[in-house]
Design a protein around this ligand. Structure first.
Ligand code: FMN
Length: 161
């Protein structure tokens, strides 16, 4: 997928098909996190692929179904700063989308429980899966996806100083 099309068409997905993510796609998603930049290249993170504990972890987030029904759940664990966690998260979600896999970040409702399950402080929980109702990304141009995004317009966000 062309980069701008991937960025502009990415939406957070919560309704997942019951379809497994192939191992090579899972590895690509994790590698996209690995290559992310971080403050002074400290890489203070581990990427925990949550498998057996998925149902248990789902009860520690605000929207349990996002995690319980996802084909792949990755927790970013460690001391990484928020900006670094965001960079790794978005890299993983865009790499997934490039492979046709949707995703959603998950707010953590019970940080202690999430830390116990994942073996360290959990900074983000990402859920991934193919869409229950797939969309044809190529049905629109990148600029059309951008124009349709429910986001504030650039002229409200950008100013010059
Ligand atoms: C830090 C963070 C936490 C989020 N937590 C949740 C969550 O707990 N449950 C959820 O369904 N979506 C969560 N989201 C997804 C947002 O709701 C989503 O990014 C926003 O609504 C835009 O969605 P769209 O890309 O589909 O337009 C979270 C997003 C971020 C950045």
């Amino acid at each position: 997928m062309e980069t701008w099309l991937a960025i502009a068409s990415k939406r957070d997905l919560r309704d997942y098909a019951d379809t497994a993510i192939p191992p090579d796609v899972e590895t690509r998603i994790l590698d996209a996190g690995r290559v992310s930049g971080s403050s002074r290249n400290t890489q203070k993170w581990e990427f925990v692929v949550v498998e057996q504990a998925k149902q248990e972890l789902s009860r520690a987030v605000y929207a349990p179904d996002n995690v319980a029904t996802a084909a792949l759940v990755i927790a970013i664990v460690g001391d990484a700063a928020g900006f670094d966690v965001g960079r790794a998260s978005q890299n993983m979600m865009l790499a997934a989308w490039d492979e046709g896999v949707g995703s959603c970040p998950n707010g953590i409702a019970d940080a202690e429980e999430a830390a116990r399950i994942c073996g360290g402080e959990v900074k983000m929980i990402l859920s991934f899966g193919y869409a229950a109702k797939p969309r044809d990304v190529n049905a629109r141009s990148a600029d059309e996806w951008s124009a349709r995004a429910k986001r504030a317009p650039l002229d409200e966000l950008v100013r010059r100083a």
